[in-house]
Design a binder for this molecule. Structure first.
Ligand code: ZN
Length: 136
């Protein structure tokens, strides 16, 4: 059974993306938020999920949806909104997201490498080969 992916809902009346708390049933299989937080497992506790919605990482993600919508719908009113700032917020989120993913992958790579070194100690030694040495 796979967990439920969480996304904010779009409130058409107010033209904003907003959080919502999924139904109790959704927590049976767990609710996984895709905001890029470091929690790898799904939430099975509604109260914990509600707390998660208040975190800075999650709030930034919600802001990102709003920026994305404005940029893509070209709803830019130059007097009210600064498009440059929106694009920067959007890109900052992307960078933060990639950094988090990178950190997770680096961690996985470290685990794999240490296992490989344990399995085959000779693999861990740096071999000094030079492509030029054959031509001399
Ligand atoms: Zn989240």
């Amino acid at each position: 059974m796979s967990s439920n992916n969480y996304y904010p809902i779009y409130d058409a009346d107010n033209e904003i993306f907003k959080d919502h708390v999924p139904d109790d049933n959704d927590f049976i299989n767990g609710v996984k938020c895709n905001c890029g937080c470091l929690k790898k497992s799904a939430y099975t506790n509604k109260k914990h999920f509600e707390k998660h919605l208040e975190t800075a990482t999650h709030k930034k993600w919600l802001e990102y949806f709003q920026c994305w919508k404005i940029i893509h719908n070209n709803e830019i009113n130059d007097e009210k909104l600064n498009k440059q700032e929106l694009i920067i917020t959007y890109l900052e989120y992307e960078i933060a997201q990639l950094k988090r993913e990178n950190a997770i992958l680096q961690e996985k790579l470290k685990e794999k490498n240490s296992f490989l070194c344990w399995l085959m100690p000779s693999m861990s030694k740096t071999e000094h080969t030079s492509a030029n040495s054959e031509s001399i």
